[in-house]
Design a protein around this ligand. Structure first.
Ligand SMILES: [Zn+2]
Length: 345
């Protein structure tokens, strides 16, 4: 049972959660900040949470604070800041919970986030990547930031500074950090060649990054890009964008394809080989995004040897969805998600 302390702020009695250690738990601080950000006149675009986070207040409270200490903030988080919660704290390098090899590789990758976000991100990195791959990221001075953003993307990768950012709400999912780290590896891993290397074409880069993200993940967690994947409408004899159901089916089928039918995430060479072998028969290869309607595979056919175009006139089975695919439990839970909630990164 959650415990509370009642603290007087002026004449107002405020109930504030208190943990076993006498401090306000991190999850409650995050929730309060989130609620306050959302309360912003019902206008998410004004983004006051993000403004607060990026502007350092004169008074910054330590992350471990008592209900008494945070009382003013609890009433109005705009009044001052709490380290890690609504102002970035120092970069963290906590690797105690990782295996010995991962410890060494990840210790030099700084993460700016709360302690629990850092833990979730590092655990996901260890699930998706080999120690060599983590080593490549640390040698290229990649840094990771977990932000309280409400913008369109769940994450970003900025090549110039080799910075990965992950939206706070998405920090615990394996898919987001995996996707952005794949972008970073495609950029920095000198051993990569051909389609596994960073491409200047946005549609090719995103399509192959989603493919590799799925190869490395143990859940099919659908990328928003599936809603931009073209499908061939057998009745109307033309390509069109998918329905929600089709987008989810495609994500699920591709996940099975890229994990060699097992659904369990792969790492290192095995993951990359799967992308090399399976990409041109995947649904995500038909991604059309910022490409004037051109599919990734058709663009890639002009850039790499050994990749064939899909003709728009073709009725190849590669363009249609198996309508017999029954929803798996994962799919069923995802069906509730609406299109607008599933974001691109
Ligand atoms: Zn991306």
């Amino acid at each position: 049972m959650a415990k509370y302390n009642t603290v007087m702020v002026g004449k107002k009695a405020v109930r504030i959660p208190i943990g076993e250690d006498g401090f306000v738990p991190e999850k409650d601080l995050l929730k309060r900040f989130d609620d306050w950000s959302a309360e912003d006149g019902g206008n998410p675009k004004s983004n006051r949470g993000w403004k607060d986070y990026t502007n350092r207040a004169e008074v910054v409270l330590p992350k471990k604070s008592t209900p008494q200490q945070v009382a003013q903030w609890w009433v109005n988080p705009g009044c001052c800041d709490i380290e890690d919660i609504d102002v970035p704290g120092k970069a963290k390098h906590n690797v105690q919970h990782l295996s010995r090899s991962q410890k060494k590789a990840q210790a030099r990758i700084p993460i700016i986030s709360t302690a629990s976000e850092e833990k979730a991100v590092r655990r996901n990195l260890a699930r998706s990547f080999t120690e060599d791959e983590m080593d490549t990221l640390s040698r290229s001075k990649t840094q990771i930031r977990v932000y309280p953003r409400t913008q369109k993307a769940t994450g970003t990768y900025v090549p110039v500074s080799s910075t990965i950012t992950v939206n706070r709400q998405n920090a615990v999912e394996q898919s987001t950090i995996t996707h952005e780290s794949v972008h970073a590896l495609r950029d920095h891993d000198k051993k990569r060649t051909g389609i596994l290397k960073r491409s200047d074409s946005v549609v090719v880069e995103e399509s192959l990054t989603v493919a590799e993200q799925l190869a490395r993940s143990s859940s099919s967690d659908p990328s928003g890009y599936y809603w931009n994947c073209q499908v061939f409408d057998e009745k109307k004899r033309r390509w069109r964008l998918p329905t929600n159901k089709e987008a989810l089916s495609m994500a699920n089928e591709d996940h099975m394809l890229f994990t060699n039918g097992r659904g369990k995430g792969l790492k290192g060479e095995t993951a990359m080989n799967s992308v090399r072998k399976n990409w041109s028969k995947s649904h995500i290869s038909r991604l059309s995004y910022k490409s004037n309607g051109k599919m990734a595979i058709n663009q890639a056919a002009e850039m790499y040897d050994g990749i064939d175009k899909i003709s728009k006139a073709s009725t190849k089975s590669t363009g249609s969805i198996k309508t017999t695919t029954k929803g798996t439990p994962i799919l069923a839970s995802l069906r509730a998600k609406t299109r607008s909630k599933i974001k691109k990164n």
